[in-house]
Design a protein around this ligand. Structure first.
Ligand code: DX5
Ligand code: ZN
Length: 217
């Protein structure tokens, strides 16, 4: 399914109301919910872990899309499976054995994704495309929401070509807004993560702006 899917990143939501924020985002038209896991080591920020994902599971009807910005990954795979993650994405830069990691994610019952930092070429994931359901192209350096979009159009087009007719999503993460979304969609992306562009201007008490923001992307 290559239709455009919007995946709000709850990194830009109210941390004290994550359950209600996920419900509000879905009610306002979110297709997937994107959960950013950071370890203060692979990226210079700390967010949340599998216990929070497990607590959010009953508040998310659709796809829980978990983006791991952690290293190592392997010791935590079972915990995220147990937490109910649907898609579990690991960075290709997170360790020397991404092939093993992606196999382990599949074996644990989740859909594996592989993410690339802006400085990593498309070529770096060629030999694991047979193992994944999703490739996440970072259009910011991971660690924080609200950063400026970095154009990765050539990388997206190269990946679409490499993927061919396989059923693999191309997800874009970072700086997606009504201006940048059409560019990445035209280059071949189908899952658009958006944090600040979705949650700005609204709240759980007044979530209507989320809907307007989603429709504007
Ligand atoms: C960045 C995270 C993103 C981030 C996107 O490290 O992986 O998911 O929340 O936020 P925006 O849409 O505000 O750039
Ligand atoms: Zn993310």
């Amino acid at each position: 399914d290559r239709s455009i899917k919007i995946a709000p990143s709850i990194l830009a939501a109210d941390f004290a109301a994550f359950g209600a924020e996920c419900e509000a985002a879905e009610a306002q038209g979110a297709d997937w919910i994107h959960v950013d896991v950071m370890d203060g080591h692979f990226v210079p920020n700390l967010t949340l872990g599998p216990a929070m994902c497990k607590a959010l599971r009953p508040h998310i009807k659709g796809v829980m899309d978990v983006h791991l910005m952690i290293a190592p990954v392997d010791p935590y795979i079972d915990a995220f499976a147990e937490a109910g993650a649907d898609v579990l994405t690991a960075h290709v830069e997170a360790g020397p054995h991404v092939h093993r990691t992606l196999q382990a994610i599949r074996a644990a019952g989740m859909r594996p994704g592989v993410a690339l930092n802006p400085g990593t070429p498309a070529e770096a994931v060629r030999d694991v495309l047979g193992l994944v359901d999703l490739v996440c192209v970072m259009t910011v350096n991971p660690g924080f929401g609200g950063q400026k979009f970095i154009d990765m159009g050539d990388k997206i087009r190269a990946l679409r070509e490499m993927i061919g007719d396989r059923e693999i999503h191309i997800e874009i993460d970072g700086g997606v807004d009504p201006k940048t979304a059409p560019l990445v969609a035209a280059a071949g992306a189908d899952v658009l993560v958006a944090g600040s562009a979705v949650f700005k201007g609204g709240s759980v008490a007044d979530p209507a702006p989320y809907g307007a923001n989603i429709r504007a992307i």
